[in-house]
Design a binder for this molecule. Structure first.
Ligand SMILES: C[S@@+](CC[C@H](N)C(=O)[O-])C[C@H]1O[C@@H](n2cnc3c(N)ncnc32)[C@H](O)[C@@H]1O
Length: 220
């Protein structure tokens, strides 16, 4: 039986898996679903989404709720975006950015079906590029495998995160430095983040995503 997760708005769970309730009763990816009454619950795979992996690993807060405005950096084909779209609902909105035209095409198809997603082709390393397209947001979520991913995240939080808002950084250690142990890099990143913004929690995402961690920050 699927039950609402008491800690996280609009996220559901059973004994093994987590789910969101499909906003439009449709599914967009190859995914397992469960039907209860008129509702369609989409199983959220922690091996395909770092946000789902963070939730399964027991992250204490993520900030997403009904009506949240989200700046999503590294949207790719839109797998995680589609679950965030379910969580924030019809009154929320996602500015979904990616640099790669091939994946953005899939994102456009998703956005044609969902009114709460705007796909944007841009480089997150240059936040000024999209200053006329995106608004200040309640959440900045970043999942891009770049060497300077921490600096990109901080620049975007600085420019677009509302005060009191949450930033979520899905970090890939190997993209930053292949010579360093992921554990040491995570410590270094924690220090770098703490110099600029308050870190409220983090989780290493193994075994779902090898050498990745999810950091949660909150802007004062
Ligand atoms: C790991 S994938 C994201 C997966 C996605 N977040 C999900 O969970 O469904 C990383 C994405 O970041 C994008 N990316 C990398 N560097 C970028 C940049 N500077 N600006 C925007 N997107 C970037 C890549 O094109 C790729 O689609």
């Amino acid at each position: 039986m699927i039950l609402l997760d008491k800690k996280f708005p609009n996220i559901f769970k059973d004994k093994k898996n987590i789910y969101t309730k499909s906003l439009d009763k449709k599914t967009y990816f190859e995914e397992r679903t469960k039907r209860e009454g008129k509702n369609v619950y989409r199983e959220w795979d922690p091996k395909r989404s770092k946000l789902a992996a963070g939730l399964i690993k027991g992250i204490s807060q993520i900030g997403f709720k009904e009506g949240s405005i989200v700046l999503y950096l590294g949207a790719s084909h839109g797998y995680t975006v589609s679950f965030v779209s379910d969580i924030i609902g019809k009154n929320g909105f996602i500015f979904a950015i990616d640099i790669a035209p091939q994946v953005t095409r899939d994102l456009v198809r998703l956005a044609e079906e969902r009114n709460n997603i705007a796909p944007i082709l841009a480089n997150c390393n240059h936040p000024e590029e999209y200053k006329d397209t995106v608004s200040k947001s309640d959440i900045v979520y970043q999942d891009i495998a770049q060497k300077n991913q921490v600096q990109i995240f901080l620049k975007n939080c600085d420019a677009y995160l509302n005060s009191g808002g949450f930033g979520l950084l899905a970090l890939k250690a190997r993209s930053m430095d292949v010579t360093k142990k992921p554990k040491d890099l995570f410590k270094q990143v924690m220090k770098e983040l703490e110099e600029k913004i308050s870190v409220v929690d983090y989780r290493v995402l193994d075994p779902y995503e090898k050498d990745h961690a999810l950091f949660i920050v909150k802007k004062k």
